[in-house]
Design a binder for this molecule. Sequence first.
Ligand code: FES
Ligand SMILES: [Fe+2]
Length: 423
Amino acid sequence: MNAFQRMNTALLIDESKKIFKVSRRAFVDPDILEAERAQIFDKCWLYLGHSSELAKPGDFVTRSVGGRNILFARDGKGDLKAMLNTCPHRGAQVCREKHGSAKSFQCFYHGWVFGLDGTLRSQPGESSYAEDFKARSTSSMQQVARFESYRDLNFICFDKGVESLSDYLGPVKEYLDVICDQAEMGMTIVGGTQEYSMRANWKLLTENSIDGYHALTTHATYLDYLKSATGALAQVAFEGSARDLGKGHAVLEYKAPWGRPVAQWIPSWGEEGKRELSRLYDGLVKRFGKERADRIATFNRNLFIFPNLVINDIMAVTVRTYYPAAPDFMNISAWALAPKEETEWARKYRLFNFLEFLGPGGFATPDDVAALEAVQQGFAAWRDVQWNDLSRGMARNDDQLDTDEGHLRVFWRRWSELMETAA
Ligand code: FES
Ligand SMILES: [Fe+2]
């Protein structure tokens, strides 16, 4: 029996009374986190990185994914490799740099040298080892059990028997296509990794990322700023829908009044911007026809991929993933994604939008951090006030609006399903 099973009820659901509640214990209990590591992070596909981060053979990044340090590298043949960054000899982290370009990786402890694909090349005092030692698979760095990609987004899974990434993503792929199709020559990560942390449970960021309900209050400053800045808004009203994409994945797709560098114009972008955006829009129409071009250009998307990947295609595109370090602490990594071929003009405004709203110092993230940390502090009373209420939208029969909490419920149902499986 794991901690989740001992907890009796994590979710309190009563369809007839339109009630959906989540136990606050799920956000504070260290045993729940242990069970999450085993039931979720050890079994689901997790985002590792974008192919553009490793432009040429020898390029590498190291990052922590699902609690393990991973060495993500492009080998001599140009193939991408995802390796557990631990020396097969006595365990040291082989590559200790965050990113760079290498010809080989040398473990600094006893000096074993590995190729770009992790194969053991040489070790000091080779003659003292058995003749076939180097050829043994256990002498080389170990590859992650599963490594697959979709449209340059690379994922790993520590469970050998997991379904294919393509099956895992299912209808998510349609949305990844819409996002990636804004580029003709592929998407690229711009600049490096943004890293920050919050004193809050990791699931609070999952909720927050697909929670349209909080925008008007938490982000009032940003919305006021947009309203007061001349020409910062297009004549477009907020409207859209949310969709359950299965397996805990969900998406919000909606129109919004902010400018999109692909391709929704706002007056403050002037005549130059108008020309540039109509050129981009015409290109989309040519490639995909009007209907799909409109969807790519004028709709925003907040895409959530279970359990901890968020791709927001809004006034710029951000890719964001986050891991628990403790029940009340998470580390977040984020990247800006943009079309490779983008002009200087579009890139400038995209990055401006990114800084202004999406980045760690923008108008949104600090507000969200403050909100989530306040929530976690509120959970100190979890034994007395035991439930979070997520029933907004349950009383409605029509199609969900983007402020519904239905897609949060999608996450929680999947979470609970996976946690229920005996460890
Ligand atoms: S631990 Fe790496 S060479 Fe010994
Ligand atoms: Fe927010």
